[in-house]
Design a binder for this molecule. Sequence first.
Ligand code: 0CH
Ligand code: SF4
Length: 322
Amino acid sequence: MSADKPALRVLLCAPRGFCAGVVRAIDAVEKALALYGPPVYVRHEIVHNKYVVEGLKAKGAVFVEELHEVPAGTTAPVIFSAHGVAKSVPEDAAARNFFAIDATCPLVTKVHREATVHHKRGREVVLIGHAGHPEVIGTMGQLPEGAVALVETAAQARSFTPRDPERLAYTTQTTLSIDDTAEIVAILRERFPAMVGPQKEDICYATTNRQEAVKRVAPQVDAMIVVGAPNSSNSQRLREVAEREGCRASALVQRAADIDWAVFGSISSLAITAGASAPEVLVEEIIDAFAARFAVAVETVHTAHEDVFFPLPRQLRTDAAE
Ligand code: 0CH
Ligand code: SF4
């Protein structure tokens, strides 16, 4: 059979897919379901992946966007997603007497703390990130209205006017483009030399490693598939990197059914990666779809080793031990 199929060299990026924060957040929902039974309420998609969300729904998780959608008086856990929440959310949960469990990634919480410390020291905080993204809403929501200025682009970094250039700090979303962010930080640093902030930025290890893997592999292939959701910031950035590195075709796909065969049916080399919220089973589904049309030879390209692990949120560790 495979003699009839055209050859396709497939380079699998490694690392790809789930990061430590995503594993922890999904495990938190699973653990809460096991400890307390359904329903377990989850505020916002626990991570930006429909397959993950549907799988948890089938086990008894109920997803809401805001706390007012959770029935009053429930004793069921209410879990906050990996992306983090504004300070007002746990306050609101406490006012409603909810049993809240915070599955915010510790690396996002670290950014929340940085912003809080800068504010306490009297600095205006510039947050580099994408407007409307839940992580940005959560980080901005750590401080009072007006204390954080959002900068999305290099052009905005050039035109931004701080209240006092001598008392300025910056933080970033964790899932940004490494290159775009470096450019924005450089512009701000040049304009405001007294600005304080992290050594480079707050982009996390997983975002960094996945983008570096794509950079390494993209110049070697005709096309790149990024497995991930359209609302996943880190996944979108991977597709952008592939495009910028000169891949003839690059697509963000959620499932094999999304592959545009008019584009991907006539290539001779392909790279595959997955965003931090995309499960490996979906990568396998994509490889199978290509294997049905091509004689595929799969090679893994390792560009970094990851061994980061975050323990479950405290409440789940304590209750699990009892
Ligand atoms: O990349 P974003 O932040 O849109 O989120 P995701 O796709 O759910 O991936 C996990 C990251 C969560 C927070 O950093
Ligand atoms: Fe945490 Fe980074 Fe994963 Fe976001 S992408 S959950 S910051 S490890």
